[in-house]
Ligand binder design. Structure first.
Ligand SMILES: Nc1ncnc2c1ncn2[C@@H]1O[C@H](COP(=O)(O)OP(=O)(O)OP(=O)(O)O)[C@@H](O)[C@H]1O
Ligand SMILES: [Mg+2]
Length: 278
């Protein structure tokens, strides 16, 4: 049984923020965004926990390299067979980063509502940021986190089908009174925007009518990092590592200019076309 000692973080009564990472369409990069933005928040000194809310299809543990450390999952807390400290797994790489695994098979509809609320509240009492990696769509796994979320990050690709699905999720979140909903556009490839295969950033923002939190380029380092567990670092002001760091900084309330890809020399001549108004 793990025994974790949390430093006093909050003045009495203050709670951390639950941010759900959602999309309509599958495979847009929710788990990728959760793991890297979470790691960047923790690296900046924020006590952060990442919750895999994708019950049945969990894979955030693998993205974090923690799969062999998982003993309990949140169903064990919700059904009363484990304490909150038992289900928290500490990252090997960062003392501010923790992880809570999803059950492999238990349906979240079987969860007692009061215990579910207690689960999220226990995390909010211990951590500054709680990032919940939701499954695609708006099913039970999405509702498990969405009903308690303070904020949401919608991860979309710059293409019509992903944006349309994202729009439905945004309406659902608005109905649940999640008042801060921001957009991350992932896997942006300026050359495909040039060729009008992907939509440009301004058109995506206009289509969803929510503020943009970040733009993440397609980057082979993301694939490598997922497969061999190599942490992404923010280098030279470009690439996905920098994009994730910028997103973490903006979440923490810092003003950070939107990455415009101009730092990467091969993108320079394409810069103008990824935004319509520059
Ligand atoms: N910026 C990026 N550059 C390159 N590859 C990326 C990028 N973002 C995500 N990927 C890759 O896209 C694939 C899907 O990403 P991920 O698993 O994070 O999506 P997801 O939204 O969590 O999927 P699901 O809906 O199945 O949970 C992964 O192989 C990941 O490595
Ligand atoms: Mg996922």
């Amino acid at each position: 049984m793990l025994s974790l000692c949390f430093r006093e973080f909050y003045p009495e009564g203050q709670m951390g923020k639950l941010i759900i990472i959602a999309s309509g369409k599958g495979g847009t990069g929710k788990t990728t965004v959760t793991s890297h933005v979470g790691a960047m928040l923790a690296a900046a000194g924020h006590l952060t926990v990442l919750v895999d809310a994708d019950a049945g299809f969990r894979n955030l543990d693998i993205a974090l390299g923690l799969e062999s450390s998982v003993v309990y999952d949140y169903s064990d807390y919700i059904n009363g067979s484990a304490d909150i400290d038992d289900i928290l797994v500490k990252s090997f790489d960062n003392e501010n980063l923790y992880f809570v695994a999803a059950p492999q098979s238990v349906a979240t509809t079987d969860f007692n509502e009061d215990r579910t609320a207690e689960f999220w509240n226990s995390l909010k009492a211990r951590f500054e940021y709680i990032l919940a990696d939701a499954p695609a769509g708006m099913g039970d796994g999405f509702m498990f986190g969405a009903r308690y979320a303070d904020e949401a990050i919608i991860v979309s690709l710059a293409e019509t089908s992903a944006l349309r699905d994202a729009d439905r999720v945004i309406s659902e979140l608005e109905g649940l009174r999640v008042d801060t909903i921001r957009l991350v556009l992932n896997r942006i490839r300026p050359e495909l925007i040039d060729r009008k295969i992907l939509m440009n950033v301004d058109d995506c923002i206009d289509a969803l009518a929510i503020p943009i939190l970040g733009i993440v380029p397609e980057d082979d380092d993301v694939t490598e990092s997922m497969i061999v567990g190599k942490p992404l670092i923010a280098v030279d002001g470009y690439g996905a590592g920098t994009a994730f760091k910028n997103i973490a900084d903006r979440l923490a309330g810092n003003q950070v200019q939107m990455m415009r890809f101009e730092e990467k020399k091969s993108f320079l001549h394409r810069l103008r076309s990824i935004f319509s108004h520059t």
